[in-house]
Design a protein around this ligand. Structure first.
Ligand code: HEC
Length: 147
């Protein structure tokens, strides 16, 4: 992928991204994982659930589910269940150090900056395992819910 991506101009990257973002989401026929998967560390699972359901008012962290579903779906906030956990963790690190800065109004950078490394790992593993409040709730945009 790297040699292909390296040949794209900035305009090319923007065009390809716009094109793919408009395609309907379809399930990957080669993905035969089943969800939700167990989490070995119950403490980590609880830490993730607290952030997803309640956030942390003291630190100004809104609940993840208010934007990523199922409670609310902020336009532009992608579903996190069950994206790859390592990918999610990398994104949270990049938002918190500012190397990913495409979030309008600094929404995710301000959330991620507040999270400890342990919390970033916990929520990433939790979502990556296909867990989440009311998993199975259909996404309004028709994204298939994990079974
Ligand atoms: C106020 C709304 C809001 C809240 C609350 C919020 N997010 Fe986000 N999040 C967004 C938006 C919007 C994006 C998309 C940014 C972009 O790329 O334009 C996003 C993107 C992300 C991404 C990158 C996903 C991808 O596909 O690349 C991750 C990971 C993420 N959020 C995790 C979290 C976690 C974990 C929490 C809770 C601790 C949380 N978010 C709380 C709005 C929110």
């Amino acid at each position: 992928m790297q040699p292909i991506a390296a040949q794209l101009s900035a305009q090319g990257v923007a065009d390809v991204a716009a094109y793919y973002s408009m395609l309907p989401t379809t399930p990957d026929p080669q993905d035969n994982r089943s969800f939700p998967q167990p989490m070995s560390d119950p403490e980590k699972a609880r830490m993730a659930e607290d952030l997803i359901v309640f956030g942390d008012g003291h630190r100004g962290i809104p609940p993840c589910q208010a934007c990523h579903g199922p409670v609310g779906y902020l336009k532009g906030a992608p579903p996190l269940i069950p994206q790859n956990g390592d990918y999610l963790l990398t994104q949270l690190k990049h938002f918190s150090d500012g190397s990913r800065a495409n979030d309008i109004n600094v929404v995710m950078r301000s959330v991620a900056k507040q999270l400890t490394d342990e919390e970033k790992t916990a929520v990433s593993e939790y979502y990556g395992a296909g867990r989440g409040p009311a998993a199975g709730t259909p996404h309004p945009a028709g994204v298939p819910a994990p079974q």
